[in-house]
Unconditional design. Structure first.
Length: 172
């Protein structure tokens, strides 16, 4: 007879690894966002003393390698605190009314245009954003077009996310 283990505990190593990597990516994004906030915005957040000190140190550091090292320290401090609550507070601070950002609105409109006009719209987008990967965009467009209702909006959301990242990178 099998053990009386709960089926929810039976996860493959790959699933555990994917979850861990996704969590680390989320923490890295949050650490970078915290380091990018102004001191006035940081004072509005409730942070542990060690986390606040690590973020302050990240503000002071200008050299790329040292800053990356400090962001890893911020990420380590985030692991020991309630990172979901801090992330929600940062989101509320950055976008207090929950409205989509201009980059998100632009990405949505470009995705709609891609789906309506196809490769012609991709070419227009590529003319404005030279750093974009043509093959990747066309592949995402193809996936979004052939995705049926059973897959849901996953393929379209992937397209929107890539477009939004390209728009944000183009603004920098």
């Amino acid at each position: 007879m099998k053990d009386d283990k709960d089926d929810s505990d039976l996860r493959s190593r790959g699933d555990v690894t994917r979850e861990r990597k996704a969590n680390e990516k989320r923490l890295a994004t949050l650490a970078t966002t915290l380091a990018g906030l102004s001191r006035k915005q940081l004072n509005k957040l409730v942070l542990d003393e060690s986390l606040a000190d690590a973020v302050d140190e990240a503000h002071r550091i200008q050299k790329h390698g040292a800053r990356d090292r400090q962001l890893r320290i911020v990420r380590r401090e985030l692991r020991g605190s309630d990172s979901t609550a801090i992330g929600a507070a940062v989101d509320d601070l950055i976008n207090p009314h929950g409205y989509p950002t201009p980059a998100a609105r632009d990405a949505q409109s470009w995705a709609d245009r891609f789906l309506a006009d196809g490769n012609d719209a991709v070419e227009v987008f590529l003319a404005d954003h030279e750093q974009a990967d043509r093959q990747r965009l066309k592949g995402l467009l193809r996936n979004a077009r052939k995705a049926d209702a059973s897959k849901g909006p996953k393929a379209r959301n992937a397209l929107v996310a890539v477009i939004q990242a390209l728009i944000r990178d183009g603004e920098d």
